[in-house]
Ligand binder design. Structure first.
Ligand code: UGY
Ligand code: MN
Length: 260
């Protein structure tokens, strides 16, 4: 009986896998196909690795599942700039001698060498995104101060055919990354096919749609992750009945000769 069940599930790979990996072009990593990892400096925390230099990205993005009572065991203090976004649950953040209570939509950006600790004092698991990269300093441009805020306090402005919230103010040259939430009404699609030097880490927060990447169409939904390599042609149609939204990382404001 058990053998029979095993054979049925083994014959079902296609319907259980929407993951696509096209190195140097894009990858789609749905929640169902991700694997949990432990991380040093944390306890009660599982990390799903979404993008790393091994996948061609110039940043690292993780999804963290933080159990009640879990969090950092040592302050995180490293040379990298840090962005953290709380999708669900409650966390406390200690940094700069202050404690901040984080609720869903809460986020922070910290410059290199700004120690912090996080802890889940809530009564359910917390789900968060953690993005880190090497900050590229520019002579004469001051490194920005930390930002601790919630996306409900960030205004949305029209960009192209959709609405966009800038969680980091990427119009300021001091920021070398842009973290935006793009929000689409059902049926909305881009006005043009984008192909640009910036790479993207895209996490679907809500809704669903069809992503078109380098000539491939794929349906995407909440909790999917997409990595887009530089110059990958990209287009999005929002489908379904609710608004769709995703959190989008991109590298900005630097001379690309820095990558040589
Ligand atoms: O700003 C952007 O690059 C953005 N519109 N790209 C995307 O959503 N794929
Ligand atoms: Mn883009």
């Amino acid at each position: 009986m058990q053998t029979e069940k095993l054979i049925v599930s083994q014959g079902d790979i296609v319907s259980r896998c929407r993951a696509i990996n096209k190195p140097g072009i894009y990858s789609l990593l749905p929640k169902a196909n991700r694997v949990d990892n432990q991380l040093p400096r944390f306890q009660g925390v599982l990390a799903q690795v979404l993008a790393t230099p091994q996948s061609g990205a110039k940043f690292v993005e993780y999804e963290l599942e933080i159990a009640t009572g879990g969090g950092t065991t040592l302050p995180i203090d490293e040379e990298l700039e840090q962005f953290f976004y709380l999708i669900d649950g409650e966390l406390s953040l200690n940094t700069g001698g202050r404690t901040h209570k984080m609720v869903p939509g809460g986020f922070f950006w910290l410059p290199p060498h700004t120690p912090y600790e996080i802890n889940n004092a809530g009564d359910r698991d917390a789900q968060a995104l953690w993005i880190r990269r090497q900050y590229i300093e520019v002579q004469g441009v001051k490194i920005p101060d930390p930002i601790v805020a919630n996306d409900r306090d960030v205004p949305a402005e029209p960009v192209d055919t959709y609405m966009e919230q800038h969680l980091t103010p990427y119009e300021q040259l001091s920021f070398d990354l842009g973290i935006n939430i793009q929000v689409f009404d059902p049926g909305v699609y881009f006005s043009f096919v984008e192909s640009h030097i910036m790479e993207h880490g895209l996490y679907m927060l809500n809704g669903q749609g069809v992503y078109w990447l380098n000539n491939d169409f794929m349906e995407v939904q909440k909790d999917d992750f997409i990595y887009m390599a530089p110059f990958c042609p990209q287009f999005f149609y929002a489908t379904g009945w609710d608004k769709s939204a995703y959190l989008l990382y991109k590298d900005v404001n630097r001379d690309y000769i820095d990558g040589l």
